[in-house]
Design a protein around this ligand. Structure first.
Ligand code: B12
Length: 156
């Protein structure tokens, strides 16, 4: 069976070692998903700031300002990820200094199975959406491959 491909837009500003901020959504108390992502991202050579579960939107915004990560990775598995994520990204994109920060979301984003949330979440402002059913490889590729257009310009 063909797996759904993740919805993807822009990418982090450079490849190689990146500063990655990992967070859950305001309602989601699951933590092993965050631990998994942190370990995998560190294994890939990135520096990870994991701000944990049940993160209110205001705290996420404050931590983005404090750490200025290369990419923000939102994880949710409790079934409210679609609704929480849509609200969260709307608030973040409304802040002028965070409007272009790369932000992706993934996990079990709803209770109706996968591949129905990607386009809506991209339209709401996420740069990429990785639904659980597609596995972890598309996310690894997103981080590892295809440097950002700005980097290509800079090295041209
Ligand atoms: C352990 C567990 C709990 C524990 C959590 C303990 C803890 N400290 O984390 C407890 C008992 C507290 C719990 C509570 C609840 N849970 Co729970 N829980 C689970 C369980 C059994 C395992 C989750 C886990 O740790 N997996 C291990 C980690 C490593 O994997 P993962 O979470 O699946 O994440 C993987 C992928 O999703 C993906 N991924 C995740 N995020 C991201 C992000 C990106 C960017 C990418 C690329 C990939 C990615 O990568 C990970 C590795 O493959 C799952 C069922 C299951 N077997 O998956 C249910 C499950 C997640 N829970 C569920 C539910 C509904 C709840 C509750 C709402 C139950 C309730 N009515 O109270 C509450 C949530 C409360 C809240 N406020 O969030 C549902 C979610 C349903 C849905 N999404 O459709 C599940 C799927 C069970 C089910 N089949 O119904 N839960």
């Amino acid at each position: 069976m063909a797996l759904p491909s993740p919805a993807q837009g822009s990418r982090p500003a450079h490849t190689g070692k990146q500063r990655v901020l990992v967070s859950s959504t305001s309602s989601d108390s699951h933590t092993w998903n965050l631990v998994f992502l942190q370990l995998m991202l560190e294994e890939m050579g990135n520096q990870v700031i994991n701000i944990g579960a049940c993160v209110p939107d205001e705290l996420l915004i404050a931590e983005c300002r404090r750490h200025r990560p290369d990419v923000v990775v939102i994880s949710s598995v409790n079934g409210h990820g679609f609704l929480d994520g849509k609200r969260m990204i709307g608030r973040l994109r409304a802040e002028p200094d965070l409007a272009r920060m790369p932000v992706v979301i993934g996990g079990k984003l709803g209770t109706r199975g996968s591949s129905v949330f990607g386009r809506h979440l991209m339209d709401a402002g996420f740069d990429a959406v990785f639904e659980d059913s597609a596995g972890i490889e598309p996310f690894r590729s997103y981080l590892e491959l295809a440097p950002h257009a700005a980097e290509l310009e800079a090295t041209a």
